[in-house]
Design a protein around this ligand. Structure first.
Ligand code: ZN
Length: 245
């Protein structure tokens, strides 16, 4: 099996936030930090919602920095999943400039049939027996799976990062449904990231993706320049996966 694992030390950081959304540092400072860490690739990433209006300025700033660095810069946006049809909280297609290259689909809340629910409400419903763990895992996996069949490049962002807020353990996630998600990822040519900030997903969750040769993107999900390109969880997971390979 050919493994899609990046070379070590990791020379990429595929999710770095800036002051365009909730990052502490501007894109320029992030790029300088990436250079200092010897990175060759970095994905600029900021959170959008349906009414976000700063995308033209954001794309222009990434382009301006491309002319000022050797680091390959990718321009991405992150949007939360809204329901089990895989709808994403982002501007309409004709409001997204061409320079946006990739969309990260994120489980910031629980995307269920009919809409999102706050993690606290889902946790309470689980404790009250109104929802089962199986139903919640299914909603998380289904919403993610359904967003993949898109003309846009999609990356599954920090998959299962919400589980601790729900009181659920990733080790209990249904492997058959994860496998179906990986199959859809392979069919649609989409990708998944390993995320340092949330320390997710685990090697167990990623194994079906690796078995299908789906490229794993490695990211710190940095919200300040000082953490760009610094890995611990990701190295452990990649090591576990390469031992299998
Ligand atoms: Zn996120």
């Amino acid at each position: 099996m050919s493994t899609p694992l990046p070379s070590q030390p990791i020379r990429e950081d595929m999710q770095v936030h800036s002051t365009f959304s909730d990052g502490a540092d501007p894109i320029e400072a992030n790029v300088r930090a990436a250079e200092a860490m010897g990175l060759t690739r970095m994905t600029c990433m900021d959170h959008v919602r349906i009414g976000t209006d700063w995308l033209p300025a954001y794309v222009a700033e990434v382009q301006r920095m491309r002319e000022r660095t050797q680091v390959e810069l990718i321009c991405g946006i992150e949007a939360k999943l809204l329901d089990t049809t895989g709808r994403l909280d982002m501007p309409a297609d004709d409001e997204i400039p061409d320079g946006v290259q990739v969309v990260y689909a994120a489980d910031h809340q629980v995307a269920m049939d009919g809409g999102v629910r706050h993690p606290d409400a889902v946790r309470a419903a689980l404790e009250a027996g109104e929802l089962t763990a199986a139903e919640v895992f299914s909603a998380l996996i289904t919403s993610t799976r359904e967003c993949l069949d898109s003309p846009r490049d999609i990356v599954i962002a920090h998959f299962f990062s919400i589980l601790p807020k729900l009181g659920l353990d990733e080790a209990g996630a249904p492997l058959d449904e994860i496998d179906a998600l990986a199959a859809e990822c392979a069919r649609t040519g989409q990708r998944i990231e390993v995320n340092e900030r949330y320390r997710s997903p685990s090697a167990r969750t990623l194994r079906p993706f690796v078995q299908r040769d789906i490229p794993l993107l490695v990211s710190t999900d940095s919200h300040r320049a000082g953490t760009i390109g610094r890995y611990d969880h990701c190295l452990t997971v990649l090591r576990e996966l390469s031992v299998d390979a």
